[in-house]
Design a protein around this ligand. Structure first.
Ligand code: KG4
Ligand code: ZN
Length: 345
């Protein structure tokens, strides 16, 4: 038996542990964030130049109880006040996901609370609902994170039509690899973003990867290889490299394609609202270029604050709310699904 609701507010505790952030949040009625606690492991993984899955899982286990307690405390609620538990169950690192899923199942069982498994990407998209109370589907959404690059139509809450995706590297992955090649360290996206401000984006022309048989698809391995070749060539010829110009030119090649494909999809599908989501959505050049293109094309542009772009549990709580009111429930047999496809339940 599900707990009787004490009033009409719906309170959801959400848990996110798919990669290197242990996060918990309490969300009221799907759009009000009562708490948003994020324990980042970045400092730890920096030492290795990227996320080490085994270390990530162990750190999640160490942190998760503390993060949940803090989220409940910040929201001034207890487990007894909750209506449901939302948790990311895929895609992501299997060992990392399992920590959140096991924790959510334990709370669900102990407190007889409904369990709602959430797709991580549905979470990223839902971050846009937090600060844009008027935003409702349908809209076009570009999701650009460390593991994913998708262009989708959000037809309804939790309902997606995938128009395009990356054929190789994700956008964030390309940022991270290029940053590593120029010695900026992990995670590379924010560092390239910052360094680019001092550089000339027109200095080096890198290829804008177009995919011939997929008008909305992306490919970033070509531009990444072009950057690596450029660095090698300069080294062989003993030519000094201006890292800021390199960063700015690479960033432009990526951002231009993201904006061009998004605008083409918006026109072809007559969409007048466009949102961006995922870690790379906090990139300042992407935000500015997309805003300008949207303005030119009379499209309303939405983007979450940077704290809701990178991994967090508030976005999972928002997605869980819309799944909850639709009737989505998972049993205690819920498992982590590392390669969960968007739209799968
Ligand atoms: O969404 P997210 O936190 O995790 C995944 O679900 O993958 O995204 C992390 C990715 C990393 O690749 C990081 O380098 C990139 O987002 N990122 C950025 C920026 N901030 C984070 N990329 C470009 N510019 C940024 N400002
Ligand atoms: Zn993410």
């Amino acid at each position: 038996m599900e707990n009787q609701k004490k009033d009409k507010d719906i309170l959801i505790l959400a848990i996110e542990s798919s990669c290197d952030e242990t996060a918990a949040s309490v969300v009221k009625n799907g759009r009000t964030i009562l708490s948003n606690v994020i324990s980042s492991q970045i400092e730890l993984h920096k030492l290795y130049g990227g996320v080490v899955p085994e270390i990530a899982s162990r750190k999640h286990i160490e942190k998760i109880n503390q993060v949940i307690e803090e989220a409940l405390k910040d929201a001034s609620v207890t487990l007894d006040d909750l209506d449901a538990i939302g948790v990311t169950y895929g895609p992501g690192l299997v060992g990392a996901l399992l920590v959140g899923v096991a924790e959510a199942k334990a709370i669900s069982y102990a407190k007889k609370l409904p369990l709602v498994g959430v797709h991580h990407i549905e979470g990223h998209v839902s971050a846009n609902y937090i600060e844009n109370l008027e935003l409702e589907p349908p809209f076009l959404c570009l999701i650009v994170s460390g593991g994913h690059t998708h262009l989708v139509i959000v037809k309804d809450y939790g309902e997606f039509e995938i128009l395009g995706r990356t054929r190789d590297d994700a956008a964030g992955e390309a940022f991270d690899k290029v940053a590593r090649a120029i010695g900026l360290g992990y995670p590379g996206g924010p560092k390239i973003d910052k360094l680019s401000k001092e550089g000339n984006a027109e200095a080096i022309v890198f290829p804008k990867a177009k995919v011939n048989d997929g008008p909305y698809d992306f490919s970033f391995s070509g531009v990444k290889s072009a950057v690596l070749n450029y660095i090698n060539k300069c080294k062989m010829q003993n030519t000094p490299i201006c890292e800021a110009d390199l960063a700015a030119s690479f960033q432009k090649a990526v951002v231009d394609v993201l904006v061009e494909n998004s605008m083409k999809a918006a026109k072809d599908y007559h969409m007048d609202k466009l949102a961006i989501a995922g870690g790379v959505a906090s990139n300042q050049t992407l935000r500015a270029s997309m805003e300008e293109a949207c303005k030119k094309n009379h499209i309303e542009f939405y983007h979450p604050s940077p704290i809701f772009c990178t991994d967090n549990a508030a976005m999972i709580g928002v997605a869980a709310y819309y799944e909850y009111i639709k009737g989505t429930r998972h049993g205690l047999d819920l498992n982590a699904v590392p390669n969960l496809k968007l739209g799968e339940r």
